[in-house]
Design a protein. Structure first.
Length: 65
């Protein structure tokens, strides 16, 4: 399962913003995506990690459908 940022309709965004104001803290909305990660051989994993470092992001290899 992966959890990217959720796409929100305006009423959901309004509810989250009201909660943020009430609790005094930012809230991040994530959406669950059902997927399986790929089991990479060591050399491919190293390439993925190097690109993560270069780009400053987290990369996740997933199994194709």
């Amino acid at each position: 399962m992966l959890y990217p940022l959720a796409t929100l309709e305006s009423e959901k965004l309004d509810a989250i913003q009201a909660l943020e104001k009430d609790i005094g803290s930012p809230v991040v909305a994530l959406a669950g995506v059902d997927t399986d990660t790929a089991a990479l051989p060591e050399d491919q994993l190293k390439k993925l990690q190097e690109l993560e470092e270069e780009l400053g992001v987290v990369l996740v290899a997933v199994r194709p459908n």
